[in-house]
Design a protein around this ligand. Structure first.
Ligand code: DX5
Ligand code: ZN
Length: 239
């Protein structure tokens, strides 16, 4: 039995967040709990068929799921008008609510409202959006999500060129002594997580690599081990 609480206490910097998007939607509670002993957060992809063509789950499912698993929810809203909908996810008990900068009318105001509602506030940057214009608003956020694919579907190939944005964000976070997590989402697996770690990510979403594996809990353990190995081998750009 792995004592994850112990290992997390010793290595507090990495978060592994399996994405339910790749799980069996008929068994969401069981799928969440299949990784509960190994994962740090559960990544919940909310898609509205407007900002992205795909349609996934919404607030009622998140509310029900909240009662079914102890894992903190990392809600990733790929929706239009997050200024209108995001607070509902905070009220439903999400640990973190991330919305896309491409969709928000007032990102700073929404981050303030999310924090006031008792959740962490995350800002997501999609594939075709540069990160530079948003570096100055990062102090209002607890998390920056850099997509390593185009948002909308699981199972896409990781795009290593998008790690330039991760490097730039990490440099800015370090030089400004900012306190926020730097998350990558899309195509993260045993082959790609080391490069993302080297670029400065500390929080990793993985859908297919976890729920497409025969043993999802083992897949989470392996991802963490690979990322920690990259840190130990190459040094952490964080420090
Ligand atoms: C896609 C979602 C991702 C997705 C990642 O837009 O934001 O969270 O679940 O899936 P994989 O890990 O399969 O690329
Ligand atoms: Zn996501």
């Amino acid at each position: 039995m792995t004592d994850r609480a112990h290992s997390v206490a010793a290595e507090p910097d990495l978060v592994i967040a399996p994405s339910l998007l790749a799980a069996d939607f008929a068994r969401l509670g069981d799928e969440a709990n299949a990784v509960a002993a190994e994962a740090d957060w559960l990544h919940v992809d909310v898609m509205d068929n407007h900002y992205v063509p795909n349609l996934t789950i919404g607030l009622p499912v998140v509310e029900s799921l909240r009662k079914a698993t102890p894992l903190p929810f990392d809600c990733h809203l790929m929706i239009e008008a997050p200024d209108r909908w995001a607070i509902g996810y905070a009220e439903a008990g999400a640990y973190n609510v991330t919305f896309h900068v491409e969709t928000a009318a007032d990102p700073i105001g929404l981050a303030r409202d999310l924090r006031a509602a008792g959740t962490k506030a995350g800002l997501a940057i999609d594939r075709d959006t540069p990160v530079e214009p948003y570096l100055e608003i990062l102090p209002h956020f607890d998390l920056l999500l850099i997509m390593t694919i185009k948002a909308g579907f699981g199972g896409q190939a990781f795009m290593p060129e998008l790690l330039d944005k991760v490097r730039m964000a990490r440099r800015h976070i370090r030089s400004g002594h900012l306190e926020l997590r730097l998350e990558v989402d899309g195509g993260i697996d045993d082959q790609t997580i080391a490069a993302a770690t080297d670029a400065g990510a500390d929080t990793f979403v993985a859908g297919t690599a976890v729920y497409g594996a025969g043993d999802p809990a083992e897949a989470v353990r392996n991802l963490r081990r690979t990322a920690l190995h990259a840190l130990a081998t190459n040094g952490h750009p964080l420090r």
